[in-house]
Design a protein around this ligand. Structure first.
Ligand SMILES: C[S@@+](CC[C@H](N)C(=O)[O-])C[C@H]1O[C@@H](n2cnc3c(N)ncnc32)[C@H](O)[C@@H]1O
Length: 366
């Protein structure tokens, strides 16, 4: 039962806290990345650092189970109050807390400097931490400190998904290109910014610095980095900003039943291709399992003994019909965002004990 007073559109104030773009669609997009890239499970403990006005929390209220736990922290007091009223009221497992940290843009009266922040949690308590459009507002020393705090609060099997404007050999020459959607004309110590007076308004960090910081923190970059469209220098951007997935030491070596397995290889292989999905077909078998054919990703489904139950190559259905049915049955499946559908779908399969394998290339031997 959901009696949430959640608005259907972007809340007032969300432009500051969410940047431009479609508030709802971006939330749904990132839910797809959380599930798809970071293998977020419904019952996990999640920290949204710099949560703003719940752009990511809102779709998560439809994904996390009642035993899943979400914490949203932000330096913007009004944003936290808005989230408490509109999200915690209807979803008591969603908690929001204000951080008394100074930010010229978002909280000029904060008492702590960002590098003085200690997250209000014990070590090793979160499965998943994410920061969307937050490292893009932190200067280098603060960003390094935040990464160390994230590493501290993550479980050994934890992971962190974060977005950046990364400066590397590809983006360095186009940082101040005329006509770009965002420009970084001002070089500061260890970073670039769009505004000398308020540098935290938009910060671009050197990719090699980020990589070097995390080494002693017990974090690693789960390759590949998904570069974004902000620089107009990338052929197949995943999102607007660059997306990095960080993993703690034990991630992907834990309980295999907790993650969809892809042909016995890293679960990272399958999600990488999901972003290119153009169409889906789905089918219901029995009451519980929903099957899907992805045009760019041929799926076969096998039971635990390896028997093929369904081969997407042999099943063609009318996509719109099945998607409509699915959306009606399950509000967390979205009509617009195939990526989120796919991600949720893979979780369902894994939860139902299915092994998801890639279909062989046509003509290749099994
Ligand atoms: C562009 S908004 C993104 C909000 C949210 N993550 C989202 O994707 O909708 C940037 C957010 O970072 C928060 N923020 C800025 N500086 C911060 C800091 N030092 N610590 C934590 N949050 C910060 C702002 O208050 C704001 O909510």
């Amino acid at each position: 039962m959901d009696q949430s007073p959640e608005p259907s559109a972007a809340p007032a104030g969300s432009l500051l806290y969410g940047g431009g773009g479609d508030f709802e669609a971006i939330g749904r997009e990132f839910l797809g990345h959380f599930v798809n890239l970071a293998q977020l499970h419904r019952d996990e403990r999640v920290l949204d650092l710099g949560c703003g006005m719940g752009r990511m929390a809102k779709p998560l209220t439809r994904y996390l189970s009642p035993t899943g736990q979400y914490w949203g922290l932000d330096v913007g007091r009004s944003a936290i109050e808005w989230c408490r009223v509109h999200l915690t009221t209807a979803h008591p497992n969603f908690h929001f807390q204000h951080l008394d940290v100074r930010s010229h843009v978002y909280n000029p009266d904060g008492h702590l400097l960002p590098h003085e922040l200690r997250l209000p949690f014990d070590d090793g308590v979160f499965d998943f931490v994410f920061l969307t459009s937050v490292f893009t507002h932190l200067l280098p020393a603060d960003a390094q400190h935040y990464l160390a705090e994230v590493a501290r609060v993550l479980k050994p099997s934890g992971r962190c998904l974060a977005t950046f404007f990364l400066v590397n050999e590809v983006t360095r020459p186009v940082l101040d290109r005329e006509g770009s959607s965002i420009r970084f004309p001002v070089a500061l110590e260890g970073c670039w910014t769009s505004n000398r007076e308020y540098p935290e308004g938009a910060v671009a960090l050197p990719e090699d610095a980020v990589r070097s910081w995390i080494k002693p923190m017990g974090l690693r970059v789960v390759e590949p980095v998904r570069y974004g469209s902000w620089s107009s220098a990338v052929a197949e951007p995943l999102s607007f900003q660059d997306v990095i997935l960080f993993g703690k030491s034990d991630w992907q070596s834990g309980n295999p039943n907790r993650q969809p397995r892809v042909d016995g290889r890293s679960p990272g292989r399958l999600p990488r291709r999901v972003s290119r999905v153009a169409e889906i077909d789905v089918e219901r078998i029995g009451d519980e399992v929903v099957l899907m054919h992805l045009t760019n990703l041929e799926l076969r489904l096998l039971n635990e003994t390896g028997t093929v139950l369904w081969d997407a190559m042999e099943e063609i259905h009318e996509p719109s019909e099945w998607v409509a049915m699915l959306v009606e049955a399950r509000p967390e499946f979205s009509r617009e965002t195939h990526e989120a559908n796919v991600a949720l779908f893979l979780q369902e399969l894994a939860g139902a004990g299915f092994l998801v394998v890639e279909a062989p290339e046509p003509g290749s031997a099994e």
